[in-house]
Write a new protein. Structure first.
Length: 336
């Protein structure tokens, strides 16, 4: 039998928020990579994720890990194939987002991306995964309004920060070129178009209280991770081959490689925790909880000095955004 614990709602909500904190924190690895290629980091990240997910899967489920995948494949093969395809798609979007983070920083990237994900992701999970009885459409809409307001506040804070840093000639290692910011915004639009693939996979491929025909938690995670690894291998492998950069794995020491390993553990460790929470909450509830990861991304941006030199109003708007984020998460996740 697959490992499938019954988790109380309060614990599941905490797990969703914990997973989000992991998701929102591993991006700081980008601050320590130097000239190490992003593609090499990406392959290490998802290679480590494969070892973690399949290892934990066999530990928890044993031979039922494979049996459950095969059983679902025989009855509804699309549950497996779509999950793999979604894995390929979402890592494609995520790689674009990581490039933007290196250009304009964590603090600005997070709210722009969340502004798209909060709408598209919640809609996808609601349409595919279903809506629990206690959660009404007006409540989802109100939560989305709070989250979008938080994003607008954060974006305004970012613009104020940029102006102040340009005037003070402060160098934070990030681009303040208006053309780069505009180009980054459109890159995020493109990248974010792929991100709902994750919520589609978890809504359609995972067995949950609203989707009884999907895979159990660890078989689902194993298949999703396989798709993600395939996607990263195709995209990054091709880039490293064209640039003739495969030697970077040999030339750089463990100090750099561990950034990808730790990021993989945080990324898919968070995915595992989040998926167990989703199994007991439904994707439409756990997805908005995951968006709180943007809070952590912005906090790390502050810690790394991305808002250095910003006037008080910039910080005030950013803190107000945090409050709206928390309010939105509460509205979407509170049982009543």
């Amino acid at each position: 039998m697959n490992f499938d614990p019954i988790i109380p709602t309060g614990v599941a909500i905490f797990m969703g928020l914990l997973a989000a904190s992991w998701w929102g924190s591993w991006f700081i690895a980008l601050k320590h990579m130097g000239d190490y290629p992003l593609e090499a980091f990406y392959l290490t990240l998802f290679g480590s994720s494969m070892v973690l997910v399949w290892g934990v899967g066999f530990i928890l489920d044993g031979d039922m890990l494979i049996k459950n995948i095969l059983d679902v494949w025989r009855t509804e093969p699309s549950r497996v194939s779509i999950t793999i395809i979604c894995g390929v798609l979402y890592v494609t979007g995520m790689q674009i987002s990581l490039r933007v983070v290196k250009l304009i920083g964590l603090s600005i990237t997070a709210p722009i991306q969340a502004s798209i994900n909060v709408v598209s992701g919640t809609i996808v999970t609601a349409l595919v995964g279903g809506i629990p009885a206690h959660l009404t459409i007006p409540r989802i809409v109100l939560a989305a309004v709070f989250l979008l307001a938080a994003i607008l506040l954060a974006m305004t804070a970012g613009r104020i920060r940029n102006r102040a840093q340009v005037e003070a000639r402060l160098d934070t290692g990030l681009s303040k070129d208006p053309k780069v910011l505009v180009r980054s915004f459109f890159l995020l639009l493109v990248g974010s178009a792929f991100v709902p693939a994750y919520s589609l996979a978890i809504s359609y491929g995972l067995k949950s209280i609203t989707q009884p025909n999907g895979m159990a938690v660890m078989p689902f995670m194993a298949i999703l991770c396989l798709g993600a690894f395939i996607g990263s291998l195709i995209i990054c492998g091709a880039t490293l081959t064209i640039r003739k950069q495969w030697h970077v794995f040999r030339d750089h020491g463990f100090k750099v490689h561990k950034l990808g390993i730790l990021s993989g553990v945080a990324h898919y460790g968070g995915n595992i925790i989040h998926t167990f929470a989703t199994r007991n909450l439904s994707a439409v509830v756990s997805w908005p909880l995951g968006l709180s990861g943007s809070l952590w991304t912005q906090i790390w941006g502050l810690i790394y000095g991305e808002f250095k030199g910003s006037p008080r109003i910039g910080y005030l708007l950013l803190i107000s955004g945090f409050v709206f984020y928390i309010s939105g998460v509460y509205l979407i996740s509170a049982p009543k």
